[in-house]
Design a protein around this ligand. Structure first.
Ligand SMILES: [Zn+2]
Length: 342
């Protein structure tokens, strides 16, 4: 076969093989097969050394032209496939920005703590300072110093969680009262917010854990009228958009004399009666009264010289009233569907 024929055959071979190539990888293989170190075109170039001297320049030129042409063709084919493959990859990796995203839920403060803080802010604005007492308390500060008789039913194991005979989980934040009296002389105007624990059956209306704000004011001329006015201003600030009706009923608590319970007219049902107000139209929100002389004495304050008032209210009860919730257990169940609405 003469050299011209070899060149033509090789050219045709490349074209036919290229025609059946389907991807860039195939073209790369062809490049190695024809133009690589041991490729067919390279071998042809090497075979020139056997030609007569005068033929070498002309034939060498023809083979080099062939090599250039083949190179050009293969490179063009490679570029074409590379572009096609890139376009296909871009299409397959395309992000559909119209798809709905995965929603992440942002945490928020618990509704009870939120309302507790709001109540604290209002009372601080009314001149009270905040004192925190311990959750684990002695029988003395929780009961004895607050004038509970040794056989008072609240001291029973059925009502209180005892850690041992002397130590218990406080049943009210009133445990802070005598601690504050011991630490600072009157006038005292303090609130004590925090957790309270009672050994109760858990139901829609009562729970073993709840939050309370105790408030008390001790000075030379403190009256029941001051107490009622303070509570009324507080509740009207907490429920600013409600037409607030408050009533008080005489009641007995060992640490106040006289003592009373304070009710708010149920605005969930407009006083018509609903599960939240036990169908009475009124919701008990606080226990209150004038601090008992024995309690002042426990705190080292002379009841002949000073008077004081005190109240305690439950935050969960207020949250139920504000949001129309009829089951106190919801606050502690950690159901995100419930908590996220606030
Ligand atoms: Zn009601």
């Amino acid at each position: 076969m003469d050299i011209e024929e070899k060149i033509r055959t090789l050219q045709e071979k490349v074209e036919s093989e290229l025609g059946s190539c389907s991807d860039a990888k195939g073209v790369e293989e062809l490049t190695v097969r024809f133009l690589g170190k041991k490729g067919e075109v390279t071998s042809l170039l090497h075979s020139l050394k056997d030609l007569p001297k005068e033929q070498k320049p002309l034939v060498g030129k023809r083979v080099n032209e062939l090599k250039g042409k083949i190179q050009e063709k293969l490179e063009a084919a490679l570029a074409q496939f590379a572009q096609k493959e890139l376009a296909a990859r871009l299409a397959s990796e395309q992000v559909d920005i119209s798809l709905p995203g995965k929603r992440r839920f942002r945490g928020n403060r618990h509704v009870v703590l939120d309302l507790l803080q709001e109540a604290i802010d209002i009372l601080v604005g009314m001149g009270f300072s905040v004192q925190y007492g311990p959750d684990i308390e002695s029988d003395y500060y929780n009961f004895e110093a607050l004038n509970f008789a040794p056989d008072h039913p609240a001291r029973d194991m059925h009502d209180t969680f005892y850690l041992n005979t002397e130590t218990l989980l406080r049943t009210h934040t009133s445990n802070t009262q005598v601690r504050v009296m011991e630490a600072c002389p009157p006038p005292i105007r303090v609130i004590a917010p925090g957790k309270c624990f009672r050994n109760e059956d858990v139901s829609a209306r009562s729970h073993v854990l709840f939050h309370q704000i105790e408030g008390f004011y001790i000075d030379r001329e403190v009256t029941l009228a001051d107490l009622l006015h303070t509570l009324k201003s507080f509740f009207s600030k907490l429920f600013p958009n409600q037409e607030l009706k408050i009533r008080s009923r005489p009641s007995y608590f060992p640490f106040v004399e006289p003592g009373m319970e304070v009710d708010i007219c149920c605005f969930v049902c407009g006083a018509k009666g609903c599960p939240i107000c036990k169908h009475t139209g009124w919701l008990e929100v606080a226990g209150a009264g004038m601090i008992h002389p024995e309690v002042l004495k426990s705190g080292g304050i002379d009841p002949e010289e000073y008077l004081g008032y005190a109240w305690g209210f439950g935050i969960e009860r207020l949250a139920m009233l504000r949001y129309g919730i009829d089951d106190i257990r919801l606050f502690l169940e950690n159901d995100a569907r419930f908590l996220q609405q606030f």
